[in-house]
Write a protein that binds this ligand. Structure first.
Ligand SMILES: [Cu+2]
Length: 105
């Protein structure tokens, strides 16, 4: 009986992991490839630089504050959004680069 319970909760944990999605946002022509992105809590967004110069993607939002640092073309860094809310994402090098990630429960 106890063994079955452990097995069942393990399956639930695994299915949770399966549902966490990864989406990709490009930095292209001094802009983000999307202006608005909806994700669920636990989802990961991969920020990939396709420009021939560096970007520094960051956010000061309460729901998720992060700073990916500068990195050149072809590199990407990922952010996992662990709290619901609106996250304003910007680039420290290019003040006009802005996008919003809407994190839903
Ligand atoms: Cu930039």
């Amino acid at each position: 009986m106890f063994k079955n319970l452990v097995l069942i909760s393990t399956l639930f944990l695994l299915s949770d992991l399966t549902f966490a999605a990864e989406q990709e946002v490009l930095q292209k022509d001094k802009n983000f490839s999307v202006k608005k992105l909806k994700v669920k809590v636990g989802d990961t967004v991969k920020f990939t630089n396709t420009d021939p110069f560096s970007h520094n993607v960051y956010s000061l939002s309460e729901a998720k504050s992060f700073d990916l640092g500068t990195y050149p073309k072809g590199y990407s860094k990922s952010v996992t959004f662990d709290k619901p809310g609106t996250v304003e994402v910007e680039c420290a090098v290019h003040p006009n680069m802005k996008m919003t990630v809407e994190v839903e429960k």
